[in-house]
Design a binder for this molecule. Sequence first.
Ligand code: FES
Length: 150
Amino acid sequence: MANEPAPNDQPGTEQPQDIYSDTVIEHVRNPRNVGDDPYPDGFAIITGPCGDTMGMWLRVKGDVIDRITFWTDGCGPSIACGSMATEMTTGKRVAQALRITQDDIIHRLGGLPEESQHCALLAANTVKEAVRDYISLKNEPWKKAYRDRK
Ligand code: FES
């Protein structure tokens, strides 16, 4: 009997807590900073290779990201990654936000299974693109007037 697998060792019987860290599960259940923003200082909407999409909208005060929100139609891990990415970005200087990586997000979430690691890349890339959009609009403000009319 000692070699008989426990009930949760049967294929297809894994529970979320067997696969994901407590931090991931908590962010999926209570995602932070969800929603869009009609008047962002910068935003990005990206579709990853898996076909899931993530959007982020940020506001900047001085040189600091004052507020960032996200939305995704992706999987549970993508919700956790978007949520964690917004927490990691809030209060950061613009240049610091550009340096947030996939690995940083995975680390802060307490790890992700291999098959979910691209969800963190989608979140990191969306942060970067939203920040780049802010920088682009700051350097060429006429683009904002044009974009807001669309
Ligand atoms: S599977 Fe597409 S973002 Fe997670």
